[in-house]
Design a protein around this ligand. Structure first.
Ligand code: ADP
Ligand code: MG
Length: 398
């Protein structure tokens, strides 16, 4: 059964694409406001059944992009496509109620005078199946028994689930969520976030989640699209985004990172930390990204690196280390290891590092112009960086 609200228009001129299309996509979509280009030639691809996070700082155009998807804004250029059909652009305009797009607003936007069941039923056509779908979705969101409560009688997390249930009830092609957790206390946010993800996945829904919170985006999404100044600069699975960011600004936006310049050849880079493996081979001057968990340290009274301080977080700690060169790097350490400011340590990378050759090509690595031994090409036969002392088994052999 399909409701009139969720049918799509089969207009003449509507472009259709092969079956394996995205649930929702944009092609070069652009939106200008009088003083700013809010969305700038965005290509967004949301595969069916996926949860795609749109991550970016305040003002980068996230809400405008969602409003373009939903049909609350008309693009100045480019197209929006829902289920393989053009919904906006190329002379086509499908209004919001014909797009099969559900929306969860930041403030939930529930009807205060309607109870839970009626809020959820609101967008569904009358007739057989309506009550059944309402009951089914109420159970899915864990609100059985609260059917007749008013929104004011519910907690923030419960109101959120009503808003989600209302959006999911008509089985939309995609649900759009705009900063859905920003109105919740920090204390309940993690739980509500987990609930929302479980509900979306249990319903097999496709969703676009807009957030400025990198942890939220990485934890919930199958893919994250990073937005900056109206553009999507990278769309990738969370692990790829974190370990292989497209550029330094993405790297910094999705986590802690230090950047070290060096000279690369034969898949390695020579830098202040010694000779380190690269994720992929490049030659010449490069900047490499070092996440705190890419490094390990060990106590070494003879070590040339010194602990300058640490931040203890409970589940782990971030140790500030000054290398022999004077450069400061950060090392993520488990919560039970103990180091103190002033301790001498050895430091090494435990995995290949992501190189950014571009920064150096653009002359953004000031230290490369200095006469630094750290960045000269490696001489043949030179040893790579030393590691921690071997354990008893390793030390006893050979
Ligand atoms: N209706 C509007 N009229 C004029 N400018 C707008 C309007 N909506 C958004 N903007 C501007 O567009 C840019 C992007 O805004 P928005 O999409 O709300 O960003 P975000 O949701 O990422 O914070 C901002 O500079 C904002 O001021
Ligand atoms: Mg916004």
């Amino acid at each position: 059964m399909r409701s009139p609200l969720v049918e799509t228009t089969a207009r003449t001129g509507t472009a259709t694409r092969p079956a394996a299309t995205a649930a929702i996509a944009t092609h070069g979509v652009t939106k200008d406001f009088p003083s700013t280009r809010a969305v700038d030639e965005v290509d967004l691809h949301v595969p069916r059944g996926a949860l795609v996070g749109v991550l970016g700082p305040s003002g980068c155009g996230k809400t405008t992009l969602l409003r373009l998807l939903a049909g609350f804004e008309r693009p100045d250029a480019g197209t929006v496509e829902v289920d393989g059909r053009t919904a906006a652009g190329e002379g086509v305009w499908m209004p919001p109620d014909r797009r099969r797009v559900g929306m969860v607003f930041q403030d939930f936007a529930l009807f205060p005078h309607l109870d839970v069941a009626d809020n959820i039923a609101f967008g569904l056509p009358r007739g057989r199946g309506r009550r059944q779908r309402v009951q089914e979705i109420i159970e899915l969101v864990g609100l059985a028994g609260r059917e007749h409560s008013r929104p004011s009688e519910l907690s923030g997390g419960q109101q959120q689930r009503v808003a989600l249930a209302r959006a999911l009830a008509p089985r939309p092609a995609v649900v759009l969520l705009d900063e859905p957790f920003s109105n919740l206390d920090a204390g309940m946010r993690a739980q509500v976030r987990a609930d929302v993800e479980r509900i979306l996945r249990a319903d097999g829904a496709t969703a676009v989640l807009v957030t400025h919170d990198q942890e939220e985006a990485l934890a919930m999404s199958d893919e994250v699209a990073v937005m900056r100044e109206g553009r999507i600069v990278q769309q990738a699975p969370p692990e790829d985004l974190y370990h292989q960011p497209a550029d330094r600004r993405v790297a910094e936006f999705v986590g802690d990172a230090d950047f070290v310049c060096g000279y690369a050849e034969r898949g390695q880079v020579r830098c202040d930390l010694g000779c380190l493996e690269l994720r992929h081979p490049v030659d010449g001057e490069v900047e490499v990204m070092i996440r705190p968990e890419d490094l390990e340290l060990w106590p070494d009274p003879e070590g040339e690196s010194v602990v300058e301080g640490r931040e203890f977080y409970g589940h782990d700690q971030l140790v500030h280390v000054r290398l022999a060169s004077g450069r400061r790097v950060h090392v993520r350490l488990g919560s039970v290891s103990h180091v103190e400011a002033g301790d001498r340590v050895g430091v090494r990378a435990v995995r290949p590092l992501q190189p950014f050759p571009e920064a150096c090509r653009l002359g953004l690595c000031p230290e490369l112009s200095a006469d630094s031994t750290a960045v000269r090409p490696r001489e043949s036969g030179e040893r790579t960086a030393a590691g921690p002392p071997e354990g008893p088994a390793g030390a006893g052999e050979g």
